[in-house]
Design a protein. Structure first.
Length: 114
């Protein structure tokens, strides 16, 4: 089975990423390395075959619904995760590729843990 990015490059699959998740990604890379590396990787994403999807009112409201559905005092569901899931639903994605175990409880789309 091809890796997700290989599937996107070959046109076998479409890739989407929320602008909210771009911000999360940039912060994570900056914390682990530096801002220059984060800028370089974000530029790579923007120039890749992954479509960066801006937050619309519909996506924002869907993120609120997903946050409400999956978050509780004992079991969090981050806003970034809610926006990722809402974007996936808006784009009719078949799968969300993630390392985040918070997605284990999601049932709207298939989850591929990497």
């Amino acid at each position: 089975m091809q890796e997700p990015m290989d599937q996107i490059r070959s046109g076998e699959a479409r890739g989407y990423m929320s602008t909210v998740n771009i911000a999360e990604f940039h912060r994570a890379v900056t914390r682990l390395t530096n801002e220059e590396k984060a800028d370089t990787l974000v530029k790579w994403i923007v120039e890749s075959e992954i479509r960066v999807i801006p937050v619309t009112t519909e996506i924002a409201c869907q993120a609120s619904i997903m946050k409400e559905k999956y978050a509780s005092a004992k079991d969090p569901f981050a806003w970034g995760d809610a926006f990722c899931l809402a974007t996936a639903l808006e784009m009719h994605a078949d799968v969300v590729v993630t390392i985040d175990t918070e997605f284990n409880k999601v049932d709207e789309v298939d989850i591929l843990m990497v």
